[in-house]
Design a protein around this ligand. Structure first.
Ligand SMILES: [Fe+2]
Length: 418
């Protein structure tokens, strides 16, 4: 099975200049630069608004506030990998692993804390029997609730593992593939704190399903290809004859994608980068394809060969074979609909790591139509998994880490979500 295209592998360190270099050399689009600047202004506002209120309600000293401000944003100021000009070292990896969750938790806290206080201060101004001093009770109630939810969210991100099973009917599925089973894992975000036992548990759970194929839908590591060996250690529990396909996610592109590509080229994970292949069974076949990630478009001049390319991905597809497309980001589904791709498998959203499946709601639903679950549009189907890992900080509320098991079926079979 040949799955590698002529990807030009080069020493890619020079691609990892700082974000400032990207801009100054014209590699970053002005739109992205403007969005980053607005985001920075927003961060400054919520930081100072939250700290000023904490000082006001709980008499925090100015020195303490400056200390909090520094510690909570140290990652952003000094240790963000996008600002580094030199390769990560063991020390910077350890420091980042500690500061990254701190920054993410603080940023989310300061955003929701600021929002809550602003809403209640407006409310208290409109309702005469409340006073401005009552905001302290709102603040204390919010902080207490946040601490409880934090504990629950950290537990949910690290311990449970939810199994979602879908029977997928593909109208043009060859008879030989009726009952073909695919195990899907996405968004591993492997980093310093990713536990080997957890990865083993994930892949043992996949193995127990006895799949015909395992797919890894990107964000294999958390911006750092250094941790690819942890992934490879985890998959050792899978049957050596079981095919494993992978694609790159945006966090693989942000890090050192060429290092990830090179390491995986020497492993049993077959990475699909804008290419597909004919998966044969008896005399029949399905076309399994994988596109690169859209994050490469931000750095198009630096990484042109990693920009998603549907034409190349589908170039050699036999007309009679249905296509299963692996794409990290669900926005690929727009193109899948246009090209009548039967089934698209995606990750990326994490469901925002906050949602309630029984309400079919996630926090990213207002921004991403295809946030999690199974969708259909004009004969094309899309499955979005909320992934097994977490971004930024160990926190998931209402959405447990998820493995997805698919069972492909003939049209005559019932179409049911178990
Ligand atoms: Fe992700």
């Amino acid at each position: 099975m040949r799955v590698y295209g002529p990807i030009h592998l080069e020493n890619s360190w020079h691609l990892r200049h700082s974000i400032l270099t990207y801009f100054l050399k014209g590699f970053m689009k002005p739109r992205i630069w403007i969005l980053l600047s607005l985001f920075l202004l927003f961060l400054i506002f919520i930081n100072f608004f939250s700290l000023w209120n904490l000082h006001h309600f709980y008499a925090l000293s100015i020195g303490g506030l400056i200390f909090l401000l520094f510690i909570n944003n140290a990652l952003l100021i000094f240790l963000n990998p996008y600002f580094q000009k030199k390769p990560s070292t063991a020390l910077t990896r350890v420091i980042r692993a500690f500061l990254n969750p701190l920054w993410v938790h603080w940023t989310f806290f300061s955003f929701f804390y600021s929002l809550t206080l602003l809403i209640f201060s407006i409310f208290f101004k409109c309702v005469p029997w409340f006073h401005a001093e009552d905001l302290k009770w709102v603040s204390s109630f919010f902080i207490s609730g946040w601490v409880v939810l934090l504990g629950w969210g950290i537990y949910t991100a690290l311990v449970p593992l939810h199994l979602s099973r879908f029977n997928i009917v593909l109208p043009r599925l060859p008879a030989s593939f009726n009952g073909f089973k695919i195990a899907i894992g996405s968004d591993f975000h492997i980093g310093l704190f990713s536990r080997t036992q957890r990865l083993t548990q994930i892949f043992e759970t996949m193995a127990a399903y006895q799949p015909d194929l395992v797919v890894l839908l990107g964000d294999l590591t958390d911006d750092d290809a250094f941790y690819i060996p942890k992934l490879l250690k985890g998959i050792e529990v899978l049957d050596p004859h079981l095919p494993i396909l992978g694609i790159l996610g945006n966090h693989d592109i942000y890090g050192d994608p060429h290092s990830a590509i090179q390491q995986l080229a020497h492993s049993r994970v077959h990475l699909l980068i804008n290419e597909g292949f004919e998966f044969k069974k008896n005399a029949e076949s399905i076309w399994i394809a994988g596109i690169s990630d859209y994050a490469a478009t931000y750095f198009e001049k630096l990484r042109p060969h990693l920009v998603p390319d549907f034409n190349r991905t589908l170039a050699h597809k036999p007309p009679s074979s249905p296509t299963i497309l692996l794409a990290h980001q669900p926005k690929a589904f727009h193109e899948s609909i246009k090209r009548h791709i039967e089934l698209t498998l995606c990750g990326h959203t994490h469901g925002g790591q906050l949602g309630f499946p029984f309400l079919n709601w996630t926090i990213v639903k207002p921004f991403i139509t295809w946030d999690r679950g199974l969708f259909q549009n004009q004969g094309s189907q899309l499955l979005v998994t909320s992934g097994v890992g977490y971004w930024g900080a160990p926190f998931r509320l209402g959405l447990q880490p998820e493995l997805v098991f698919l069972n492909l079926q003939f049209p005559l079979e019932s179409h049911a979500h178990v």
